[in-house]
Design a binder for this molecule. Sequence first.
Ligand SMILES: [Zn+2]
Length: 385
Amino acid sequence: MKASSPILPLMKWLRPREAAMARLLGQFVRVESPSYNKAAVDRFGRIVATEWRRRGATVTLLRQRERGDHVRAEWNPRGRAARGQILVLGHLDTVYDLGTLTRTPFRLSEGRAFGPGTFDMKGGLVIALFAIDALAGTDQVPQQRIVFLWTSDEEIGSGTSRAVIEREAQRSDATLVLEPASGLDGRVKTGRKGVGEIEIVATGRAAHAGLNPEDGINAIEEIAAQIARISRWNQPTRGITVNAGVIEGGTRTNVIPEKARLVVDVRAVRAGDMRALERKFRALHPILRGAKLQIRGGFNRPPMERKTSAALYAKARALAKEMGVTLGEAYVGGGSDGNFTAALGVPTLDGLGAVGEGAHSPDENIVARALPDRAALVAGLLATI
Ligand SMILES: [Zn+2]
């Protein structure tokens, strides 16, 4: 083992601080921050901003009209001598409505911390803060300036944050994403599918189902025929999935329906497949004579391909090995903001956040004992990239 390795002093500094990390996590979880509630997300964002200011970061609130403000914290102890930038990404929002906390309060039990957003991803926000504390506490100063970007709308597609994320990523040598790890063995995410949503609206012609059915064009039948067609585009072995997820239409049983609507979830491993699938949807034509189709939407997150993660993963795995931990990797079907940075060709490693389970469920929880080691891993990466 090399004496110069940064990870062991970081680990030693962090391991006695597990309780302090869990305490800060409790403070964060008790301030609920559902994506659609600007006031709530802003309240939580201010608390996170205060923690960063306390650590000497330059904090900017990126104001939003409808969504919560994004929090940008720049930590740059080297000042002008900094060489380049590393971007660390995470989000302030959760999928839980206000009041969820009263049903599932924050609690520590048998080594786990339970509560809405513990895992996805307030645990990751705590990990970032303690990573900086550990670097400062062990006198290790990264070469680059570090920009931490905590966004307000990741859980609802990152509509207001995508441009900010892409702008910062383009200035950065690497992006670390503090989304939850995969599995209880804490695998990092080295690939994610591209994700999209496509809406198909069919318009037919209304008529009385008994008196003049021959004058009608049944929009529901049109949509049903389209589902039969597009479901054949599934290619699980190639990582392409097409899921008819929402369908609505019709008014009365005795009316031939004029309108029907379908929303499809589409995912692909390869950027080429993603574009081909979009083209196929755009080229759909009506099956029933006289029916009309409108197609909207497409992929909103491009795939995160493994090649943009490989070098960072190798580095992280080597650091983990020095801690006595085997760091695995996972390919997942869900998207994150890491998809945006990876698609720009910026080296990106995702899933560096908390280890736990039950994301987006009443059982959401993290393994408290893993908090210090995850912070050491993030700090070690910041010190050596
Ligand atoms: Zn998340």
